[in-house]
Design a protein around this ligand. Structure first.
Ligand code: GCU
Length: 605
């Protein structure tokens, strides 16, 4: 008996060590230069030469053999005889950043490969490194510099970079990018999505020059659970053990020195900063310095926690008065490509009375997150694990995890981001639970300070009305619920009396409610597509939500009408999802004022 006991004890002991090792395993962030705004960079934005290539002739020969594997080394598309047709010098041009669908009528529906080319000059400087940095390309990018393949990136909404230090030449260089936005079952998102598949180099491209020994990444945040200790780390490339790093917060009169060990310097600053909050979005200048490099960032310090069904910001219960937003530009439509276009959407959200934004269904631009932070918005940031993802496909999981890692790597210093969303409306199954459970574990390894969430479907109804019991509720910190009472189910008038119950003692955010209306279409409130119908739907759903005592916030669907291939109804939708409270031409519908009144009344209490 003793022998058995000691054997089981040792197995248990080994399991504990193994699990501790796994937990303690340092999470690896993406290889991304943190805070490129603070870096010396050359913009490669502007006109790029393009070649539309639906048959991918520029990538495969007629035997479907990849030119990259030696059949075609020179990506200038001009040398091999059978590619004489592919001449960038006489080709059309597109603006970068920008989707191709709204730049050329004949590319409106285009899903396939399109080649981009840009010439640029480079003057070498000694003792520096250079990176080609793409803020986003939808969906797959294969990048060549001066005819040499640098690599591939998959995922349409997160940044990626290539170290091109040894590949640039003095004077003229050229970069070629093969962009392919074809939807595929194994992709993230998969083939079915309720937003337009805008393809292209949709965010800015930079050539970033940094000192050879440079600050590559860092984290500067309040230590979890306290408001009097700032801790973090700075990773320095090409540094030697013992190299000095200083972290200064001048306004707090704090400077700490740290030393590099194995490429990273950790630090703690004892300080009691004024806390960032929606009412007071205080940002501090933080200066990170080594003997060769200096980075300045604007960082806010706050805590975000839950207590039962409440969400606490800096220990204070905070109701999230939100709205969902797609990255669709007002007026011109298409992908948002500028800070000005971000501000149009953010100012409308501020006018609506919001303190919270659900940036759906994919990571929005860094500019959007930083502008929202300055304006005091709390942010729900999400990866496009949307609907019927291939949950049993390992490559699909790796893709999703990579996009999650890139999202967290880029925005880990942003006080505005309080929720990382793993998914949206995914059908319940064991593989889905495992897939999203692993994503949540990864997110917590990378960042144990923010809350994990996911938007779930409205589930089965019980005698108590709608019951929240999705097993994913066990995994997340905050449960998102998408509920279309009065649109996809039930009569509008019935919504106000629907009761809700939850199997979990956790905060719920009503992450979507809503219905479609064409701006300017007026009629009886029972007539679908009228502004009056949408207004009545919001009134009835607001009455319902007032009675959900475990609801900690909401982000109704959606701030502005947005383009979607699922919405062709001529004369009403015309390729736009009309659930916006504002039309894509900036016209506010009646329901905008209904939601605004709900938020303003809340502030009076
Ligand atoms: C879903 C989905 C959204 C979609 C919306 C709609 O809940 O999350 O992406 O646009 O419903 O049907 O309009």
């Amino acid at each position: 008996m003793n022998q058995m006991k000691s054997l089981s004890n040792s197995i248990l002991f080994l399991c504990i060590i193994f699990s501790v090792t796994i937990t303690a395993q340092e999470a690896k962030y993406a290889d991304l230069l943190q805070n490129i705004d603070s870096r010396e960079k050359t913009s490669l934005n502007g006109k790029w030469d393009i070649i539309v290539d639906p048959l991918e002739n520029g990538f495969y020969n007629h035997r479907l053999q990849e030119y990259d594997k030696g059949y075609f080394k020179n990506a200038k598309m001009q040398s091999p005889s059978d590619l004489v047709e592919y001449n960038f010098d006489t080709s059309l041009q597109l603006n970068v950043p920008g989707d191709w669908n709204t730049q050329m009528d004949k590319l409106y529906y285009y899903e396939g490969t399109l080649w981009y080319k840009k010439d640029f000059n480079y003057t070498a400087t000694s003792n520096e490194e250079s990176f080609l940095y793409f803020e986003a390309v939808n969906y797959e990018a294969i990048v060549y510099l001066n005819g040499e393949k640098l690599g591939k990136h998959v995922g349409g909404y997160t940044p990626f970079q290539f170290n091109v230090t040894d590949k640039l030449v003095e004077g003229n260089n050229f970069v070629v990018v093969k962009v392919d936005n074809k939807r595929k079952k194994e992709n993230v998102p998969t083939v079915n999505q309720d937003w337009w598949n805008y393809g292209g180099i949709t965010r800015s491209v930079h050539l970033i020059n940094v000192p050879k020994t440079h600050i590559e990444d860092y984290s500067v945040q309040l230590e979890k659970g306290v408001t009097n200790k700032i801790s973090g780390w700075v990773s320095v490339a090409n540094a030697k053990d013992g190299d000095a790093v200083s972290v200064q917060i001048p306004e707090l009169k704090k400077t700490v020195k740290a030393t590099v060990k194995d490429g990273k310097a950790s630090f703690v600053i004892n300080a009691k900063p004024s806390l960032w909050s929606p009412d007071s979005p205080k940002l501090y200048e933080v200066v990170l310095e080594t003997t060769t490099d200096k980075i300045i960032d604007q960082i806010g310090f706050r805590t975000v926690t839950t207590d039962g069904s409440k969400i606490l910001i800096n220990g204070k219960e905070t109701f999230l008065k939100g709205i969902s937003i797609h990255e669709e530009a007002a007026f011109k439509t298409g992908r948002v490509v500028s800070v000005e276009e971000c501000k149009v959407l953010l100012n409308w959200a501020k006018e609506l009375g919001c303190n919270f934004l659900r940036l759906a269904h994919y990571p929005h631009s860094e500019a959007m997150v930083k502008e929202a932070e300055k304006m005091g918005f709390l942010i729900w940031s999400e990866i496009p694990v949307y609907w019927t993802i291939q949950f049993e496909n390992e490559d699909t999981y790796a893709n999703a995890e990579n996009q999650l890692t890139e999202m967290i790597s880029r925005d880990k210093n942003r006080a505005s981001v309080v929720l990382w969303s793993m998914a949206n409306e995914t059908p319940e199954s064991e593989p889905r639970l495992a897939f999203i459970g692993n994503l949540a574990k990864k997110a917590r390894q990378l960042d144990n300070t923010r809350l994990i969430t996911a938007a779930l479907d409205t589930q089965g109804t019980s005698d108590d009305g709608n019951l929240i019991e999705d097993p994913l509720g066990e995994v997340v910190d905050v449960i998102g619920i998408n509920n279309y009472c009065g649109w996809y189910y039930a009569d509008v008038d019935a919504c106000s009396s629907i009761k809700w119950a939850s199997a979990y003692n956790k905060p719920m955010i009503m992450s979507e409610i809503g219905g479609g209306a064409l701006f300017g279409l007026h009629g009886d409130k029972n007539e679908i597509w009228t502004e009056e119908y949408q207004e009545a739907l919001f009134k009835s759903n607001i009455e319902m939500m007032k009675n959900i005592d475990f609801m900690a916030g909401l982000s109704p669907w959606i701030l502005m009408d947005f383009r979607s291939s699922r919405r062709p109804l001529r004369r009403i939708q015309d390729d736009f999802n009309r659930k916006g409270l504002i039309s894509e031409q900036g016209m506010k519908k009646k329901a905008f004022f209904t939601l605004q009144e709900y938020y303003l009344d809340m502030d009076k209490k």
